[in-house]
Design a protein around this ligand. Structure first.
Ligand SMILES: O=C(O)CCC(=O)C(=O)O
Length: 335
């Protein structure tokens, strides 16, 4: 089936449904050594005078960069308010996915902030989508994607207090596993802490330098307490690689490469730990067919879910991404 046709059909089907689908640190640039870096080898960042040389070297070497205090309190307050409105179903943005923790997914609890662990695909929610268009975010994104920027994947993560089963953890993974577009160096995630986030409430943990490796096979981890839907993890990685816990204050934003191995810990507090994020890609990127690759398992899962929830058939992973993708700067040249 022609991709753009499938994507527009998906849009129509979700339009008919008209409701959310019930699916389911701070190390600063100075904190890690820059020993093995050679200036002539810039391959993960572009020339545009936004990053200092030190920041650029840091990203090249480590695959992530934290920018302190980037998003204002006022904007974060607006994102919080909109998240509450979505949870109360006062607004029902088209295409939005609402996820619940595996320990409560089958319970009768009415939708509320205490039940929703993540919302994804808020591209049709004007208020939340503002995050993806903030000039202060795009200024940094452009250092990795270049001037033609697509917002590909949006999330607001509301990590719940752990029930004791450790299901609030996010297993170590590489985001590229979910993406059928390349090149990987033209993709970057912006992830903003909506409050102070540390090891107590489940901060991000990153394995510096792993963006230089390849995409590894992912699958559900064998966790006793259960695993959340789509939380695939890497089966095999170098356990000796340094693990860095990103302690971040409200408004701090980390930009990271889609091959960087990362995850997040348990939320041991009684609060709901919030972060907002978007994966951006250069619109000059291209889609790939993931059949026959390690990404085939995630394609099958997403396609099966679409069939189960919306009765949609004949869609590929690419169709979902075409449906989500929005131009936020420059020209839509390809994606
Ligand atoms: O915010 C988190 O806990 C981690 C989110 C994450 O890594 C993801 O959803 O891919």
């Amino acid at each position: 089936m022609d991709g753009s046709h499938a994507a527009s059909r998906l849009r129509i089907v979700l339009g008919h449904l008209g409701c959310p689908s019930a699916v389911v640190a701070h190390p600063t640039s100075g904190a890690l050594p820059l020993t093995s870096f050679h200036p002539q080898q810039f391959q993960y960042t572009l020339d545009n005078n936004v990053l200092s040389l030190e920041q650029r070297k840091f990203y090249e070497e480590n695959g992530f960069l934290v920018i302190k205090n980037l998003v204002s309190d006022a904007d974060i307050e607006r994102f919080r308010n909109e998240f509450e409105r979505i949870c109360k179903q006062e607004v029902k943005p088209l295409g939005l996915s609402i996820m619940k923790d595996v320990t409560i997914v089958k319970s009768e609890y009415a939708l509320s902030e205490k039940v929703v662990t993540k919302i994804q695909d808020f591209q049709e929610d004007e208020e939340l989508f503002r995050y993806c268009t903030l000039p202060e975010i795009l200024k940094y994104v452009e250092c990795f994607t270049g001037p033609n920027i697509m917002a590909m994947h949006t999330m607001l993560i509301n990590k719940p207090p752990d029930s004791g089963k450790k299901t609030s953890r996010h297993p170590l993974h590489q985001d590229l596993h979910y993406f059928p577009f390349r090149p990987s160096n033209g993709i970057v995630c912006a992830w903003t802490a909506m409050e102070r986030i540390d090891r107590n409430n489940g901060c991000l943990v990153v394995l510096p330098g792993t963006h230089k490796g390849t995409l590894k096979p992912h699958d559900y981890p064998q966790w006793e307490g259960g695993v959340n839907i789509m939380f695939h993890g890497i089966q095999d990685y170098d356990k000796n690689n340094a693990h860095v816990h990103l302690v971040m204050e409200k408004g701090d934003t980390v930009f990271f490469h889609p091959l960087l191995i990362h995850g997040s810990g348990q939320n041991k507090t009684q609060g709901f730990r919030k972060a907002i994020s978007c994966h951006f890609a250069s619109s000059d990127s291209h889609y790939i067919d993931v059949k026959g690759t390690s990404q085939e398992n995630i394609e099958k899962e997403i396609v099966a879910l679409a069939k189960k929830l919306h009765g949609i058939e004949d869609v590929s992973l690419q169709d979902f991404w075409r449906f989500r993708a929005r131009l936020v700067k420059g020209e839509r040249t390809n994606l």
